[in-house]
Design a protein around this ligand. Sequence first.
Ligand code: FAD
Length: 668
Amino acid sequence: RVAASFTKQQFPLPRLSSDSAASRTPHFDVIVIGGGHAGTEAATAAARCGSRTLLLTHRVDTIGQMSCNPSFGGIGKGHLMREVDALDGLCSRICDQSGVHYKVLNRCKGPAVWGLRAQIDRKLYKQNMQKEILSTPLLTVQEGAVEDLILTEPEPEHTGKCRVSGVVLVDGSTVYSESVILTTGTFLRGMIVIGLEMHPAGRLGDQPSIGLAQTLEKLGFVVGRLKTGTPPRIAKESINFSILNKQTPDNPSLPFSFMNETVWIKPEDQLPCYLTHTSPRVDEIVLKNLHLNSHVKETIRGPRYCPSIESKVLRFPNRQHQVWLEPEGMDSDLIYPQGLSMTLPAELQEKMITCIRGLEKAKVIQPGKEDHRGLSYSHCYGVQYDYLDPRQITPSLETHLVQRLFFAGQINGTTGYEEAAAQGVIAGINASLRVNRKPPFVVSRTEGYIGVLIDDLTTLGTSEPYRMFTSRVEFRLSLRPDNADSRLTLRGYKEAGCVSQQRYERAHWMKSSLEEGISVLKSIEFSSSKWKNLIPEASISTSRSLPVRALDVLKYEEVDMDSLAKAVPEPLKKYTKCRELAERLKIEATYESVLFHQLQEIKEVQRDEALQLPKDLDYLTVRDVSLSHEVREKLHFSRPQTIGAASRIPGVTPAAIINLLRFVKTTQ
Ligand code: FAD
């Protein structure tokens, strides 16, 4: 479906503001709707940029809540967290204060694709997040359900587009602002499903957002439907861990934040995870009871890479599926069975779980959970919700249809806390820049995983919950978790103003120390045989007669900055004093030769990205460029901002790109 083109007459404006009303109510620069992972990052980013910000959310006590798995990071997701941190976002710092088991995934591969991950103490994360949010300068946090948006007449320079200027709460009160960010997660027309039962809810225990969903549809936004689910929780003391595979945390723990050298807890005090597998009996229970499970039968798409156990059994029958048993917190007696999300009726959930090794006597439990009708649930559930086709937003996350209205998080079709946080920080920065009439802050595909995430969403759209992976990224060797600060912190400080002075100074020092270190390593040269004498553990080939640089010696697996500095104390000793600097020099050396070639490719992409398409070009009617009707419709819907982005839209042919390129050159 392609969105109907916007004209003012096509819909009744939800609310039109008048000056007298505006003067009676509080006025903010930015309003953020929703206190989930996108909303908290958006609100604090806007406030850090100097905007008077209001965070409106259903309940303050659910700020920082993890709706599902008690873990952050992972492959690709850990990169996003590092980038959020580089822009001074919250989630990485809070994870360093709240984890119970830190482990880097993909360690056997190169550091470019390491996946920083941690099991998190739910209670602690929430507490630490709320403390941070409630003490952020310029940020007001208020409980309330937003029912509607207030819109005003188009600004003269953008004829045809109306502008958001505030929100209407469920009690009818209004709050005005210069821009609004929507981060409502799974709440737009959310429906919870257990077995054959369905009832409206945004998340277990929370009301859905119906009014807001209707407003967005009336405005002409194209809406889709997705689903996700969560597993039941198991009482820790009912599990027989002694027969299961134990996974211990890393020692030492690698922090998520560039600002931390260590995490809050020692490795020896962290909690283990355990691995078990499903049995053929699990398949049997799923297959026999499909008629009692409406969520599974729905054609609505769920997360491909985090599917329910029912979907796994249907797609891959007769296999033993992994189930990770993960702690929910330091003093929690609950275990989260990762890999077992399901929507079977309650009694069958228990029956299925006890067919799994180690869980033969498992008790399913989720104490104190009540939905908004006061009903309590001890089992897991599925949720179906509206999302907005993300091709309706720009790379700054502002909507094409309504000026100063931004969308971030699961509302854009993504899944995951990290994907939500990454969009949140970008929306917060841009909502603030927009108010101050400054150019948008856009991260390109060549600069970060955040850029890839947003570019994929805005050019390709998504028909299933989108999650980040390293395989989505072309320039993986450059966009590493270790160098996110060099890529983004300096830009965040100078162009957005979202980065603290302390972080800026640290990133600046690190960048110049790395540059200096690399040039020193390049300047030290000895023959292979001399190196072999100096560092016997390095298997340096003696066949080469040419001098070998210290940077090349550092590439050997057995060599690190400590062994190099022992061999050549002056001038290398000083680069071993900071552990992070020494490790980053080793990584830079490892990738030096491949990065040279990648840099050329990056430059080519950047050339295309620099070719801006006219903002208000009407692709449906423009005569001076030859395009097929199909291509016109695609460009009209996605409104790419650059030739590079247009070339990534499926169905936009190379011939169309050449014609667009000619057109751009003649109009510039
Ligand atoms: P949320 O974290 O959902 O926050 C939305 C916020 O908006 C809430 O605070 C809500 O109160 C508020 N809100 C909504 N409407 C209004 C309104 N009208 N007025 C005021 N406030 C409003 N991700 C994974 O990576 N792995 C998983 O296994 C996984 N399983 C999931 C299972 C379930 C059941 C759910 C619900 C989500 C799951 N997710 C999973 C997804 C992950 O939780 C989300 O992607 C992420 O939390 C989205 O963050 P968000 O900020 O966009 O939305």
